[in-house]
Design a protein around this ligand. Structure first.
Ligand code: 5CU
Length: 374
């Protein structure tokens, strides 16, 4: 345990295995990977354009849309080089958005198995350094989803699953998710929850695309997450499945900041009173934050990070980088997504010897994912 507390663990770090890259290359609708002439570079277009006047998928656009498919998106040696350069001991990698959300129901199960097995094999090249969150075939029938949870539990490196906010298609308050949540809780498999869909384009206004991806990424992603987790909480899922554990990306979006307001709105809501739900033993959002919700540390500043730690507790916040996204624009080796997020932890706990620093940088993840394998 003492050694584990000194480890640096990255719980928010993506990889698109080659089988997944090939799948996206075979597609003609987003998500896809393709060239945009005259550029010869392959581009990963993983989410719909979210700026209302965006022409970002136009074949004639001067700037290729999406992200140029640098090998760090799919090549595990790039991930290890990134980890070595930034002194990250362990990464819990996850398939990047939009996971398997778009697959037809009849092929989702087999594809999930292939991608998860490929990821387990990749992790086994560095079995003490790489673990992963598996991807579920959420468009498949329930027995197929449950079977993949059972199967993932038998792999050596899976430590949970990654899920987007649309989940089965209707969001996280869908009662059809309860058996899946129960199976995950029973298997000690936390959900790493991540956004992809953002907010409807018109909220960014007619000038949205003038600001590049700043609005959808800085505000759309976190608001999508905030709404998704609040709906999950309001649905009573944490009461139905008390063992459900969710690691929420981007420090929970605005959840730590808005939890008090959510609670006030519940306590003043006539429908909640009429439904008899305002009982003293009601589990509050603060309770959920301290018992069911972990927050990653990908918030890029000590102000947000301190709020996350205050909301969920110092033992429920875990460092992450979002690698390979947020790559430096100058092509440099050092990713500010590592250094800025680490400095935010230092800012909250000045001095490396602070226990809180060690917990957030790796101790919590080591404990939760039983990574202390040395
Ligand atoms: O920059 C982006 O587009 C993204 C993305 O798509 N997914 C993610 O996890 N981070 C950044």
């Amino acid at each position: 345990r003492a050694l584990a507390r000194r480890l640096v663990v990255d719980v928010h770090t993506h990889l698109y295995p080659e089988a997944y890259v090939e799948l996206l290359k075979s597609r003609t609708e987003i998500p896809y990977i393709r060239r945009f002439p005259p550029s010869n570079q392959l581009c990963l277009c993983n989410r719909p354009p979210q700026n209302s006047n965006s022409s970002s998928t136009s074949t004639t656009s001067k700037t290729p849309p999406g992200r140029i498919l640098h090998p760090h998106y799919y090549d595990i040696s790039e991930k290890i080089a990134f980890m070595d350069h930034h002194k990250i001991d362990i990464s819990v990698i996850s398939l990047g958005n939009p996971w398997l959300d778009f697959l037809p129901s009849d092929t989702a199960g087999a594809t999930a198995k292939d991608i998860n097995d490929a990821t387990n094999t990749i992790c086994n090249q560095h079995p003490t350094r790489l673990f992963f969150f598996g991807a579920l075939p959420l468009s498949a029938p329930e027995p197929t989803i449950l079977a993949e949870i059972t199967r993932l539990k038998t792999t050596t490196q899976a430590r949970g699953i990654v899920m987007g906010t649309s989940s089965l298609g209707s969001g996280l308050d869908d009662p059809a998710l309860l058996p899946i949540f129960a199976a995950l809780a029973a298997s000690d498999m936390p959900i790493f929850l991540h956004p992809n869909y953002g907010l409807p384009g018109p909220v960014w206004g007619p000038r949205g695309s003038d600001y590049g991806q700043v609005l959808p990424l800085s505000l759309g992603f976190p608001m999508e997450t905030t709404i998704a987790v609040t709906r999950l909480f309001l649905s009573g899922a944490f009461d139905a499945v008390p063992g459900l554990q969710i690691i929420v990306a981007h420090s929970g979006g605005c959840l730590p900041f808005l939890a008090g307001r959510v609670e006030a709105c519940i306590e003043h809501d006539g429908k909640w009173e009429r439904d008899g739900k305002l009982v003293p033993e009601r589990k509050t959002l603060w309770d959920a934050l301290r018992r069911n919700i972990y927050l990653d540390g990908v918030i890029f500043d000590k102000v947000g990070l301190r709020t996350a730690i205050e909301a969920a507790g110092v033992d429920r916040v875990m460092f992450g980088t979002d690698h390979p996204f947020f790559a430096p624009l100058d092509g440099g080796k050092t990713f500010p997504a590592m250094t800025v997020n680490r400095d935010a932890v230092k800012g909250v706990f000045p001095g490396d010897e602070e226990e809180g620093y060690d917990l957030v940088m790796g101790g919590n993840a080591s404990h939760v994912f039983i990574l202390s394998v040395f």
